[in-house]
Write a protein that binds this ligand. Structure first.
Ligand code: S3P
Length: 442
């Protein structure tokens, strides 16, 4: 599916957006951790995107009973306990999801059976040595495709008894941290994970909800599998997932750039390890306020945005807290004043695509000026834009950033193969329609 964006004259710039979909990271963890629990758990505002549907399918093929109510965004999971998964008949397929493959590999490593886990052509290019090294140190047996000093999917995981480790994370990756935490549920003694820099803490929060044997002291995590996972409050088995701030970010940026706009995004996840994008945009002098804040297992609130003149920044720290928002931030920077610099973000090279290359390509196609570094980029806004055509190479966030860029610039753009948007934001186009944006799906 290709999408053509046209200049829109009557954009509905005063709008309340109440259907940003559920958080992807939390939806994955909802399925993964509830499946291993002793409870029957219901989640609302679950993200029914391709990535999360693949996680559901994987746990169904591992013997977990999961009922889905897609139109109402609800899911009900009947946990089988830590030792209740059954061998899958076929290879497990995560599609495009790095979170699924890395988190689930941690669980498969501790099973009594062998399994193979793989995904699409983008997943087969994503490095897995980062998880294989600590898992092997815990006693796991994993085979993958060796290439260029790394290991890639498909991964054959021969389940084995796991032992505890003490591990200093070499990179601030929530997927790596979560993989080790989930594997440590299968080792009785205490695993200690040291972090130089913290990253999103959804696994920690979800495991706490299920009363795991988990202690967090500053940047150190101590966890062991000595306990069954069982909801802290056995009466509250219905859990509401907040909407995804990474998806909201596309409309935050659009609202800031469009003239005379006033958008309100409802019920957005404001976990402090995820809401850095809002802080950055505020620091760029974006008019953003958060209201109706509520502190639940995952904090949430509404985000109000008004048209703003953005001032660009140099950012080289806290990258894990807004890593997924860097493509749309690059689009925002093209409309800002002054140089915009991102450094220390080499992890962007190994996301759904090489996102530094993809951002450089997008900015140049839009008519902007950008320098590429190994660990980031520098944008000098030109104030000039042009019509463009782009293939996002299976990367949902690049596809959506390109679409928002075209709308904000008032240009015509052909974005090829944008089915990948279904990875994280299945109703993206329906929100464009509500904003009265002109587009054709080809
Ligand atoms: C995620 C962690 C991040 C992020 C990804 C989702 C998660 O990846 O980029 O989209 O849900 O744990 P890394 O942990 O590899 O940085």
């Amino acid at each position: 599916m290709d999408c053509k964006i046209f200049p829109s004259e009557n954009i509905n710039t005063n709008h309340l957006i109440s259907d940003i979909p559920g958080d992807k990271s939390i939806s994955h963890r909802a399925v993964i951790i509830s499946s291993l629990s002793q409870n029957r758990v219901k989640f609302s505002n679950f993200l029914f995107s391709e990535d999360c549907l693949n996680t559901i399918k994987i746990f169904q093929s591992l013997g977990v009973n999961i009922k889905i109510n897609n139109p109402q965004h609800k899911i009900e999971i009947e946990g089988v306990g830590l030792y209740g998964l059954t061998p899958p008949v076929e290879n497990l397929n995560v599609g495009n999801s790095g979170t699924s493959i890395r988190l689930i590999a941690g669980i498969l490593a501790g099973q009594k059976f062998t399994s193979v886990i793989t995904g699409d052509s983008s997943i087969q290019k994503r490095p897995m040595k980062r998880i294989i090294t600590p898992l092997v140190a815990m006693g796991a047996k994993i085979k993958g495709e060796k290439q260029n000093n790394n290991i890639y999917p498909p991964l054959k995981i021969i389940g084995a008894p796991l032992k505890n480790i003490e591990y200093l994370l070499p990179i601030p990756s929530a997927q790596l941290k979560s993989c080790i935490m989930l594997a440590s549920l299968y080792s009785l003694k205490k695993t200690i994970i040291y972090q130089k820099e913290t990253s999103r803490d959804h696994t920690e929060r979800m495991l706490k909800l299920f009363n795991a044997d988990l202690k967090i002291k500053d940047k150190t995590i101590e966890i062991s599998g000595s306990k069954k996972l069982s909801l802290i409050n056995s009466k509250s088995t219905s859990i509401a997932i907040p909407s995804d701030i990474s998806s909201a970010a596309f409309f935050m940026v659009l609202g800031l750039i469009l003239k005379n706009s006033k958008l309100c995004l409802k019920n957005i996840g404001l976990n402090p390890t995820r809401n850095k994008i809002a802080h950055i945009l505020k620091e760029m002098e974006g008019k953003i306020i958060t209201t109706n804040f509520s502190e639940e297992f995952e904090p949430r609130g509404d985000i109000e945005i008004k048209s703003s003149v953005l001032k660009n920044l140099k950012i080289n720290q806290d990258i894990p807290y807004f890593i997924d928002e860097i493509p749309i931030l690059a689009v925002a920077a093209m409309f800002g004043k002054g140089k915009f610099i991102i450094r220390n973000a080499q992890e962007l090279r190994v996301k759904e695509s090489d996102r530094i290359k993809a951002i450089v390509n997008l900015v140049r196609k839009m008519g902007g000026h950008i320098l590429e570094f190994e660990d980031g980029f520098e944008i000098t806004p030109t104030g000039e834009f042009q019509d463009f055509e782009l293939d996002p190479n299976l990367d949902h966030r690049i596809a959506m950033s390109a679409i928002i860029g075209a709308i904000a610039a008032g240009k015509t753009a052909l974005i090829k193969n944008c089915d990948c948007i279904n990875t994280s934001f299945p109703n993206f186009f329906s929100i464009l329609k509500k904003l009265n944006i002109k587009y054709d799906i080809l």
